[in-house]
Design a binder for this molecule. Structure first.
Ligand SMILES: O=C(O)CC1=CCC(=O)O1
Length: 265
């Protein structure tokens, strides 16, 4: 684990394969999660790629910084981290708000990006009213107060059982995020609309979504795929909003298939 200060905020991250000539892939997290959601994927790709995972500001072990945030702040943090390591020509894999951050980074620094995987995300997520209610709820009652509705979006009923220790662990992950970082990221999502950026993407892209995703349902993710000129669209069975956790083998297989289509793969 490493820590680096970027834009005045300490970002916790892991990097492997640095200095090799292996293609670089960067994973960008969803709201309320930290970089450990990518553990299965990273373990599978290790040795073949330079791999960066990080906790965006306000999440995990990263600093919180100043509220309010915009997606542009999260994207500037990622640009700073890539510049810190001299990473260019990267493949981005963004989950949910991570997809918005990928779009924000593409808008600001298209020079850094070689391809994008958009997982369970869209150019615009939710309504202002929805995010206002979410922010008010967490500021009033803490993240515990929204645990059940959020978990029913993240995971299928099959996964959400009391005897599933992994499920309990991901509940812990959510409730342990700092409220100011969580609420500020909700506000950033509320204010984001990357429709025009999505239309402008000139690199290969894959949009993928769990068939039971309650946050960014398949039809919404398909609408992103329709905007992005070179995007494929795939649905993962038996997953909700976080397929890299709930169906890692299927997620990895689709990711690998996409990576194998990239020029020079
Ligand atoms: O918390 C949720 O409802 C799921 C989600 C929306 C945006 C994101 O990153 O996660």
């Amino acid at each position: 684990m490493k820590f680096t200060r970027i834009n005045g905020v300490v970002l916790a991250h892991d990097i492997q394969g640095l200095g090799s000539d292996k293609p670089a892939i960067v994973f960008i997290n969803s709201l309320g999660t930290d970089r450990r959601i990518w553990d299965h994927v990273v373990a599978d790709l290790a040795g073949e790629f330079t791999i960066l995972t990080y906790d965006k500001r306000g999440h995990g072990l990263s600093g919180i910084g100043q509220s309010p945030y915009r997606i542009e702040d999260h994207a500037a943090d990622l640009a700073g981290l890539l510049d810190h390591y001299g990473l260019k020509n990267v493949i981005l894999c963004g989950l949910s708000v991570g997809g918005l951050i990928a779009l924000g980074l593409y808008k600001a620094r298209p020079d850094l990006i070689r391809a994008v995987v958009f997982a369970d995300t869209a150019h615009k997520i939710g309504t202002p009213e929805f995010w206002k209610a979410r922010i008010e709820a967490v500021e009033m009652n803490g993240i515990e107060g929204i645990l059940e509705p959020v978990m029913s979006r993240w995971f299928t009923p099959t996964y959400r059982t009391l005897d599933n220790a992994d499920y309990e662990g991901y509940c812990n992950m959510l409730v342990r995020q700092p409220v100011p970082g969580y609420a500020s990221t909700c506000a950033a999502i509320r204010d984001a609309d990357f429709t025009e950026t999505a239309r402008s993407i000139a690199v290969p892209a894959l949009c993928v979504v769990g068939d039971q995703d309650g946050s960014t349902p398949p039809d919404l993710v398909r609408s992103l795929a329709d905007l992005v000129p070179q995007a494929g669209f795939e649905v993962i069975e038996g997953a909700a909003h976080i397929p890299c956790v709930e169906q890692p083998a299927d997620f990895i297989a689709r990711l690998r298939r996409f990576l194998n289509t990239l020029p020079g793969a």
